[in-house]
Unconditional design. Structure first.
Length: 304
């Protein structure tokens, strides 16, 4: 009845339509019966109220029919849900980290990205973790969603059946920038995927390499480039500007030079610009290398 972009669309949509259909039928039936009774048993026609005797047949009927209907709904729900918990052996594993407020996807060969890149028609297993609070990885087009709970590894799997890009959302309120904790699944053909998987660089050539690195690391969920104030200070005009920072209990005036930017990446909460909170995770060399930092500085020079 349904075909879809993932192997779970059919099961979930069938359950949805079955429940919606039953609900619609009863909405119409109950409303019509109500209106009919209001007219038939109106006081004008029946000035004297009479007693209603119990009716065993009717009682059996209105117990058995709803039970069957609810069991039917349960069946379709269960049939759609069960395969989600049966991860096939040999599914392609990808490590997912959801933290305030970005997603990171890591592959077995060490490759990682802020986008979830997967091959078509292949079971994908997501091993999910959160270092801070509860998040929830939600891919509406694939009809799947699973929580990421700090300290409790969770798993989810799917098979994408159509090439394209699909939205990823965080479906569990996780703080100020929850609604910006977004990403995409990119479904490629096996050949294209292999090319991407085995390539050294994944820099998006259409944007400045410094911006690309920051996007990949989720920096842009908290810092703007147009001067607007988000969770962190804007990058626009940052480089070379004078900033009041809170270092421990002291407030001091510093120049936001390349050195300060570098320190803010590796130890972000040591010198926090006044007016902002210490919420940024630290990025060590394995995440943002020395060369990457230089590219970021180059980019910041451009948006002075
Ligand atoms: Cu992460 Cu909401």
């Amino acid at each position: 009845m349904f075909s879809g972009v993932s192997n779970f669309v059919e099961g979930v949509d069938t359950a949805f339509v079955v429940i919606l259909g039953i609900s619609l039928f009863f909405l119409v039936a109950v409303t019509a019966t109500m209106i009919y009774f209001v007219m038939k048993y109106s006081r004008k026609k029946n000035p004297k109220a009479g007693d209603v005797k119990d009716n065993t047949k009717l009682e059996i009927l209105w117990t058995v029919i709803p039970t069957l209907l609810v069991l039917g709904m349960f069946y379709y729900g269960w049939a759609g849900y069960r395969p989600m918990k049966q991860i096939p052996d040999g599914a392609f594993p990808i490590k997912v980290t959801g933290k305030m407020w970005s997603w990171t996807f890591e592959y077995e060969n060490g490759k990682w990205d802020s986008l979830l890149v997967v091959p078509k028609n292949k079971p994908i297993k997501l091993d999910m973790n959160s270092p801070d609070v509860v998040h929830s990885l939600y891919i509406p087009a694939f009809r799947i969603k699973e929580d990421l709970v700090p300290g409790v590894p969770t798993q989810m799997w799917f098979e994408a059946n159509e090439e394209g890009e699909y939205d990823i959302l965080c479906a569990e309120y996780c703080g100020e920038r929850h609604s910006y904790m977004l990403s995409k699944v990119v479904v490629l053909s096996q050949e294209e995927f292999d090319k991407w998987y085995n390539s050294e660089s994944d820099v998006d050539r259409s944007v400045h390499p410094g911006l690309d690195i920051m996007r990949k690391n989720g920096c842009m969920s908290c810092h703007s480039t147009d001067g607007s104030k988000l969770v962190g200070p804007t990058f626009k005009g940052l480089l070379g500007s004078d900033k009041e920072v809170k270092a421990g209990d002291d407030i001091k005036l510093i120049k936001a030079d390349a050195e300060y930017i570098n320190r803010s990446i590796t130890a972000p909460n040591k010198e926090v610009v006044v007016g902002f909170n210490s919420v940024m995770p630290a990025y060590d060399e394995s995440r943002i290398s020395k060369e990457d930092k230089e590219k970021i500085i180059e980019y910041l020079k451009e948006i002075k």
